[in-house]
Design a protein around this ligand. Structure first.
Ligand code: NIG
Ligand code: FE
Length: 414
């Protein structure tokens, strides 16, 4: 039996974010806006989008259940946070205080801080505890309008502990309203308790972990941190190539403090390369010529007090640009995509269109997802409504204007 049809609206402004270019600069004048718009939804999919009065007169509209909204509302596709480390245990408030007190990365690591601290805490946590804390974080993100959330492993750093993290993510996905996209980040750094070389560690996880992750369908994506403190481009390339041969999509933590990561990501055909705070003209040129999507992580710039990703230059060169929160206990503890995207816009001089594209359809493309990020026939019915009459208020309020209504897969969750 087909699920019932619903007609929602009228919405003061409906921004389907469709028919916009997948890459390059965008002007606000290019955003299609439907005044007094409506949405026809069947089950978890969008049946039609258009002026409410027109939809009301269609065959489907006539028989649909009417969900009539009142007051000023601006509707957008649900936000997609395509890069998070939301599965973790413990806090790194001490690192944050030490960093702001002027202490260096090495001093913080020597005091027991850094990624390894979170690995230690996460290994100590049970699968159930990890799953429950992830569920509560995801529910919080859902109320903020995040309808798809990527979640990485990477705080286990051996086959058993990485599988525990991925199983926690898999279990959480059953309990939360939004769609979770799991990514295996076993190549986050070489674990301190592994006695062999970095290459030997990468060979170990490629042999012992990735086939299990694939066979149990625990992740479809593989990520790696390419940096002096983690893996060099030369060390990581054979690992990425093996993961691609096994059928995983690739993404890379690239050019955060030094370059080399984006080049290897692009050479290996990664779907995205994320961070890029250190990318220069050479890397920007490579992105302009490639299909690998650059992803800015303003939460890490704010958390560490570092430069922002050169978003303006990437867009002007003709590259795409997605924006994600990088929510994690170390470098990006804020976990607020809307606020961070708005702030990136002010520092990088991005249009509303560029920022909104970066957290909707361009974020979907960075995750390799074609069924969301725009509001159009056949796409997932993930959309959010802000209590305003003018869409420009959303970024202007820098995160202080939140969605007052949220639908995920056709279900109203707020
Ligand atoms: O994306 N850069 C590497 N990984 C994370 C930080 C993780 C952590 O510090 O726990 C990031 O910023
Ligand atoms: Fe990250």
């Amino acid at each position: 039996m087909k699920s019932k049809i619903q007609l929602l609206g009228p919405f003061t402004q409906l921004l389907p974010m469709s028919q916009l270019p997948t890459r390059g600069a965008l002007k606000d004048s290019s955003i299609p806006i439907i005044e007094d718009g409506g949405l026809l939804v069947q089950g978890d999919r969008i049946l039609d989008v258009g002026p409410y009065a027109d939809l009301l007169n269609t065959e489907a509209g006539k028989q649909a259940e009417k969900i009539t909204t009142t007051g000023e509302l601006v509707v957008l596709p649900g936000m997609i946070d395509g890069h998070t480390h939301s599965c973790f245990a413990g806090s790194r408030a001490r690192d944050y205080a030490m960093r702001n007190g002027g202490q260096s990365y090495l001093e913080i690591a020597a005091a027991g801080g850094g990624i390894w601290d979170t690995v230690t805490q996460t290994r100590k946590a049970s699968l159930d505890v990890l799953r429950e804390s992830l569920v509560s974080r995801c529910r919080h993100f859902a109320t903020m309008g995040i309808t798809t959330l990527e979640v990485k492993s990477g705080y286990g750093l051996n086959p058993e502990e990485e599988l525990k993290m991925l199983q926690a993510i898999d279990g959480a996905a059953e309990e939360v309203p939004q769609d979770l996209v799991a990514t295996c980040l076993a190549a986050h750094m070489a674990p301190r308790d592994f006695s062999g070389s970095k290459t030997a560690y990468l060979d170990w996880i490629a042999t012992e972990l990735l086939p299990v992750v694939r066979d149990k369908n625990l992740a479809t994506r593989v990520d790696a941190f390419v940096e002096e403190t983690a893996f060099s481009p030369e060390e990581i390339r054979p690992y990425l190539e093996k993961a691609a041969e096994m059928g995983f999509d690739l993404t890379v933590h690239a050019d955060q403090f030094s370059t080399g990561g984006s080049e290897v990501a692009i050479a290996c055909g990664a779907k995205s390369a994320d961070h890029l705070e250190a990318s220069g003209p050479r890397e920007i040129e490579l992105f302009a010529k490639s299909d690998t999507i650059p992803v800015a992580l303003p939460g890490a710039s704010l958390g560490l007090g570092c430069a922002f990703t050169p978003a303006r230059q990437l867009l002007d060169a003709g590259a795409s640009l997605a924006i994600a929160s990088d929510y994690n206990p170390g470098s990006a503890p804020m976990g607020d995509l809307l606020t961070q995207a708005a702030i990136l816009g002010t520092f990088e001089k991005l249009s509303n269109a560029e920022v909104l594209a970066g957290i909707t359809f361009r974020a979907a493309a960075a995750l390799g997802l074609e069924d969301r990020g725009i509001l159009d026939t056949g796409k997932r019915a993930d959309f959010i409504a802000f209590p305003t009459a003018d869409y420009r208020e959303i970024l202007y309020c820098q995160g202080q204007l939140r969605p007052s209504k949220i639908w995920i897969a056709g279900e109203q969750v707020l």
